[in-house]
Design a protein around this ligand. Structure first.
Ligand code: AVJ
Length: 320
């Protein structure tokens, strides 16, 4: 048996499982089997995701970047000078410059779980925007957050691009949006990217590309289980599946077992039937109206809406 123990937990909780091990036990015990998508992003998974954003079929990154490039300044038109931009899950902060170059943002708080990604982004942005006060925060944005003290009277503008909100089921999305509203305060704003409903073929192609990069990204969860948790899994016994669930308006990614087989992880065994799947990700798709309604439940009202000509993707400015 091998149990990965994170260094930070090793002393006080020598026998506690890592988050990942616990999530594998919980998800594989469930019916149907699931694994949470947040575990996609180890070093290899983050590289694969970067590769996905450059695929011809994966339009969201390209289209959202184009919208921010054209409409970044008009989205921020009513934002006060000296505002603080707070980015949730900032990663490489690649899209952030499209808001910073407008000049009314004085401080930037990138939030991410990866200290190295934060450090690289901070160095780059400080070089490019010499007056900008960059205060990185190492944290999981779905957890309890506290902002560093803002400069006096500075308006807090959240930034949540990439349609990451689509990974949360609507009820959880409302909870997250409400917590963001609380964090950002009374004059808070949120610039959020939302992937839009469109024809099924285009959606499925974006999550099942010809080069097989998304398949590798999905299967990397099993690779990670084997490496980090010493799991016994025949990875070749699984295949990537992407489908559009038209009832729930979401893309689903699954790992389908190609035969009857057994997985061993963290001291437990799990049997899979031929064709049985492990559900690894949901990516909800909205109409602008439907998303505005959802945000409304969380206390936000839509002030501005920017889309591309083909209406593939939307970037909204929400106000509390
Ligand atoms: C980064 C969560 C927005 O759902 O489109 C890409 C992740 N998964 N291809 C998405 C992802 C498969 C992506 N998000």
């Amino acid at each position: 048996m091998s149990i990965a123990v994170r260094r930070s937990e090793a002393v006080p909780h020598a026998h506690r499982l890592s988050d990942f091990a616990q999530a594998c036990l919980d998800g594989l015990s469930a019916t149907p089997k699931t694994l949470p998508c947040r575990f996609f992003y180890d070093a290899r998974g983050s590289d694969l995701f970067e590769e996905i954003t450059r695929l011809p079929e994966y339009y969201p990154t390209r289209v959202e970047t184009g919208i921010l490039d054209r409409c970044g300044s008009s989205l921020l038109a009513d934002v006060r000078d000296g505002a603080t931009l707070v980015e949730f899950g900032s990663g490489s902060s690649a899209k952030t410059e499209l808001l910073l170059r407008d000049g009314r943002i004085a401080a930037y708080v990138p939030i991410d779980v990866s200290p190295t990604a934060l450090a690289d982004a901070a160095t780059r942005l400080r070089g490019r925007f010499p007056g900008l006060d960059v205060q990185p925060l190492v944290a999981d944005f779905t957890g309890d957050l506290r902002l560093p003290p803002l400069r006096r009277g500075s308006q807090a503008i959240g930034f949540f691009p990439g349609s990451t909100i689509g990974n949360f089921p609507p009820v959880e999305a409302v909870t997250l949006l409400r917590r963001m509203a609380d964090l950002l305060g009374p004059n808070g704003r949120l610039v959020i990217g939302v992937d839009l409903q469109k024809d099924r073929k285009r959606l499925v192609a974006a999550y099942d590309d010809a080069a097989g990069t998304t398949a590798a990204f999905n299967l990397n969860l099993l690779v990670r289980m084997r490496r980090e948790l010493g799991a016994r899994i025949d990875i070749d016994g699984f295949a990537h599946r992407a489908l559009y669930n038209e009832t729930a308006n979401r893309i689903e990614m699954h790992l389908a077992s190609l035969r009857a087989q057994r997985i061993e992880v963290a001291g437990e065994t799990f049997d899979l039937d031929p064709g049985e799947t492990i559900h690894t990700e949901n990516s909800y798709k909205y109409t602008p109206e439907r998303f505005a309604e959802l945000a409304g439940v969380a206390g936000w009202s839509m002030q501005r809406l920017a889309t591309d000509d083909d209406r593939l993707f939307a970037v909204m400015l929400l106000a509390t």
